[in-house]
Ligand binder design. Sequence first.
Ligand code: SAM
Length: 234
Amino acid sequence: MSLLKELLEKNGVILPDDMVAKLEKYQEMLMDWNTRMDLTSVKDGDMASRHFVDSLLPMREKGIVPSEGRLIDVGTGAGFPGMPLAIANPELQVTLLDAQEKRCNFLRAVKEELKLDNVVILHGRAEDAGRDSKLREKFDCATARAVAALNVLSEYLLPFVKVGGKMLCWKGPGAVEEVPNAKSAIAQLGGGNIKTMPMACENEHHVLVSADKKEKTLPQFPRKNGVPSKRPLK
Ligand code: SAM
């Protein structure tokens, strides 16, 4: 059994061999491209757990990550968590959004190599894309990992989510303290029913924060580029 498959199974994520083979090819490409450009600071030996298992961990419980419909991963970087989720859920249409073109180039190469018809790569900022009528409130789920504090992240994510959908944030253990600070922002953006779920993986204790989209987001959100992070909603 491959190291990645073993690690995934040890953490309760069971995937067929062809999906694991795609994840491995993706990991191989990431290691190769990372020698030429700065895609991730995670060292080769830690990639399987820090990137791949971590991205897929919420799949060990049914109903957290949708297996179909549309998902957008905002600030996807080298593709986490969106690309592993797309590989593991071929019926899910996944849009990967990032502000850095070089990261998008890498993602395009992965999409082509693995023939991922369910993946769309978009270069741009969440503040602009969230105002685009082709993207605004068109997704069942918006995800992000390691992008911003929860109050800022909510303004990036919730404008993309349809009423009835949700945002999912992969966070460190400090997330529990970020929630009280983000409650008002989430409500102003049309969200509610915030939940925190512990996601322990190897020696890391991560937390997944979810919020449901209850009402449409008011047209003034997201605010202009850079404003959500400079002046987070209070
Ligand atoms: N999500 C990936 C992960 O967990 O490995 C990448 C995390 S990296 C620390 C943050 C990424 O978010 C960067 O690639 C950056 O370009 C992107 N980013 C930050 N703010 C953004 C915004 N407002 N819109 C789009 N992308 C953004």
